[in-house]
Design a protein around this ligand. Sequence first.
Ligand code: HEC
Length: 165
Amino acid sequence: MNRATTSRALIGLVALLATAACSGSLPWTADMVETPARHADEGLLMPPEGSLSTTGEVKQSRFRAAMSLRNPLPGDTATIESGARLFEIYCQPCHGAAGQGDGAVASYFTLRPPADLTGTKVRAQTDGYIYATIRDGGGSMPPLGGSLSETERWAVVTYLRSLQQ
Ligand code: HEC
């Protein structure tokens, strides 16, 4: 490479850098700006199609859950007792101590009151449906999945079955 070629190459490079600087940034300095991150008010960034949960729980509608989920816990006394404790905290205020839909705040639900959990309708529901109702709520019932872990939800289902006996 002779001198003239080298200096022309240098001038070319300087010109390129100057153009990039004037236009705001070099192509590689924008990497951190152009991320899939979202602003807080833009809503949740959903996982890509086909992603699998690392906690092993696949989100399903209550109707799908009703068909495919099985209660993995044994129906022993320890499980029932832990379910009873959780029921008292998370369900009783609306559904009442015996689950009959007459909890302390039940009267505030004027359109669709808390269900009688010992009635024929809920008795006929599968464990999976009740589990998913606890997790995601349904109708005028709020979701409680953020407060109860998977095991805790199944413990409540187990207790509920004992209440229905
Ligand atoms: C803030 C009040 C509230 C709490 C807390 C609550 N529920 Fe409910 N639940 C409701 C209401 C209201 C309904 C009736 C929903 C409707 O029909 O729109 C309902 C309905 C249900 C149903 C019937 C669902 C159906 O589709 O028929 C089940 C089962 C149920 N609740 C279980 C539970 C369990 C178990 C807990 C505790 C882990 C719980 N709920 C906590 C208010 C509550």
